[in-house]
Write a new protein. Structure first.
Length: 294
C-alpha cells in the first residue's frame, strides 16, 4: 500500500498501515465509536443568540458613544489620508470617529449592520448629515469610490469567519479609488494593553474587574478558542439599578493574516504604526494602525 493509497483508504473509513506508524490513528471497527467530525462545531460552544444586528448587547450604544481619548489623533491622521475626501467608515456605529471627521469639512459615509447604532448616530449632533448604508460590511455595496476607507477599534474582527474578513477586504478594494487607502485599527493582546485604544486578551478564559466602586461593579467575562480564533466577551454591570449584559463575539486575526487578506484583494501594506500618532510599530505594540493601498 502506497502512502497515497493509505491516505485515500483512511479517508474512506478503512484501516491504516503499520509502515506509516498509524496504528494509533486507525479508524476503529466498532460502529459505536466515531472519530470527531472536522466539520462539527468547536468543542467550545458558541455564545447562543448573539446577533450583531442588535449591536453589542444592551449597553452597546452607550459604550460606542463614550470617548476613549484617542479621537483627536485618529481624526487628524484620517483627515490627512483622506485629503479632500470623501471617506467611508465601516462599522460606523454611533459616529465616535465619523462625526468629528465630518466636522473637518470632509464628506463621510458609513456602513453599519445594527439599526440601533444607526439611530444613535442620526440622533447625535452632526450625525444626521452622514449618509449610512445598513448592511454587512463584508458584502454591502455603496455607489461611490473613496480615497479613504477605514475601520477602527477592532471592528474588522466583528466578522466572525476568515471568509467574511477576506470578503470585506475585497469589498473595500472594489470601492477604493486607484490611489485610495484602507486603514485598519486593531489590538494586539499582551501585558500592558494600550490605553486608550482597543484592548482584549487571548487567555482561554478569564474574569476581570474593569471597575469597582462602592455602589457599582463592572466585570469582563471572556474566553478564547484558538482553534477558531473566536473571542466571546460579556461586560457585566452590577449596580443599584440591577444587572446588565453587553455581549460581543470577535474573530481575532494577527497583522500578518490581515496582510495576506489584503494581498488576496490586490492591496499591499503601505504603512503600519503602533498608534494614531504614528508611533513605531514593534514587538511591544499593543495595537496597530495599518494602511493598505494598491
Amino acid at each position: 500500500m502506497t502512502f497515497v493509497d493509505w491516505a485515500a483508504n483512511l479517508a474512506a473509513g478503512g484501516r491504516g498501515d503499520r509502515r506509516y506508524g498509524t496504528d494509533h490513528l486507525l479508524v476503529p471497527e466498532d460502529p459505536d465509536i466515531r472519530l470527531p467530525d472536522s466539520s462539527s462545531p468547536s468543542r467550545i460552544d458558541r455564545v447562543r443568540d448573539f446577533d450583531p444586528r442588535g449591536g453589542s448587547g444592551q449597553e452597546s450604544a452607550t459604550d460606542d458613544y463614550e470617548l476613549r481619548g484617542d479621537e483627536h489623533d485618529a481624526v487628524s491622521l484620517l483627515a490627512r489620508l483622506a485629503d479632500t475626501g470623501p471617506a467611508l467608515e465601516l462599522a460606523i456605529g454611533s459616529g465616535r470617529i465619523a462625526v468629528p471627521l465630518a466636522a473637518t469639512g470632509l464628506r463621510v459615509d458609513g456602513i453599519e449592520i445594527a439599526p440601533t447604532m444607526i439611530a444613535r448616530l442620526q440622533a447625535r449632533p452632526g450625525g444626521e448629515r452622514l449618509r449610512v448604508v445598513e448592511g454587512d460590511m463584508a458584502d454591502v455595496a455603496v455607489p461611490d469610490s473613496y480615497p479613504l476607507v477605514f475601520v477602527v477599534f477592532n471592528s474588522i474582527f466583528n466578522l466572525l469567519t476568515q471568509d467574511e474578513q477576506v470578503r470585506c477586504f475585497a469589498n473595500v478594494a472594489a470601492h477604493l479609488t486607484d490611489d485610495g487607502v484602507f486603514v485598519v485599527e486593531a489590538a494586539l493582546p499582551g501585558p500592558g494593553e494600550a490605553v486608550p485604544g482597543p484592548t482584549y486578551r487571548l487567555d482561554q478564559q478569564w474574569v476581570a474587574a474593569a471597575s469597582v466602586d462602592t455602589d457599582r461593579v463592572v466585570l469582563e467575562v471572556g474566553r478564547y478558542d484558538p482553534s477558531t480564533q473566536l473571542i466571546d466577551k460579556n461586560r457585566v454591570r452590577i449596580g443599584p439599578g440591577g444587572t446588565s449584559l453587553a455581549p460581543v463575539s470577535l474573530r481575532f486575526a494577527w497583522p500578518s493574516e490581515l496582510d495576506l487578506m489584503a494581498r488576496l484583494s490586490g492591496l499591499r501594506l503601505r504603512s503600519r504604526w503602533g498608534g494614531w500618532r504614528g508611533e513605531q510599530f514593534s514587538a511591544t505594540s499593543r495595537r496597530h494602525v495599518s494602511v493598505y493601498a494598491r
